[in-house]
Design a protein. Structure first.
Length: 188
């Protein structure tokens, strides 16, 4: 599965290029219509060709980046996926209630995190040791709150609430409670 950091980097580059192209069009258009006198530089065919190019480019970027989102295939085929492990986690009174002191995951296991809130709306996020987020979801009381994930890199992860749930929510962090083992270490 593609790492979420890779997806973010790719999308940042693609959308930065797209925004710069839009800014170039707007700058060119503004420059030519605000010059002294009447401007004949802007031909409707040229302007609309550039706008059409930006539309095609924007739609293409959305189609390409859709296929790079690592969890989209899992979400689309969710009914047919049987997870290798299921962790039932509760949240109440600004605390996580974990099924074990450490959640151990084998490399390439498909894992489902079933998270239930007893009182407030919380967030459930998994974070790497460098504090970058792997995934997150909102946890709403009285609703099904689960997420599937496949881990293909070794690591130790922390769980944090990613949703504002009052001043006490800031302390909702469980450090180094998820460990993925059995993978080949990264060469990087």
């Amino acid at each position: 599965m593609i790492d979420s950091n890779t997806v973010l980097t790719g999308q940042t580059v693609a959308y930065t290029f797209y925004v710069l192209a839009i800014m170039a069009l707007m700058g060119w258009f503004a420059y030519n219509i605000t010059r002294e006198g009447k401007s004949n530089a802007i031909k409707p065919a040229l302007f609309y060709s550039f706008v059409g190019f930006l539309i095609v480019l924007g739609v293409s970027i959305h189609i390409i980046t859709y296929n790079t989102i690592p969890w989209s295939k899992m979400d689309l085929n969710r009914k047919s996926i049987i997870p290798d492990k299921v962790f039932d986690i509760s949240m109440a009174n600004h605390k996580f209630i974990l099924p074990a002191e450490k959640l151990m995951i084998d490399c390439n296991d498909m894992v489902m995190f079933n998270v239930k809130s007893e009182d407030l709306t919380y967030g459930f996020g998994l974070f790497r040791s460098d504090n970058t987020m792997v995934f997150q979801m909102q946890v709403v009381p009285g609703h099904l709150n689960d997420i599937l994930w496949q881990f293909d890199k070794p690591g130790v992860y922390s769980i944090r609430s990613t949703e504002y749930s009052g001043p006490k929510g800031v302390s909702m962090i469980e450090k180094d409670v998820v460990e993925v083992v059995g993978c080949e270490p990264d060469a990087n």
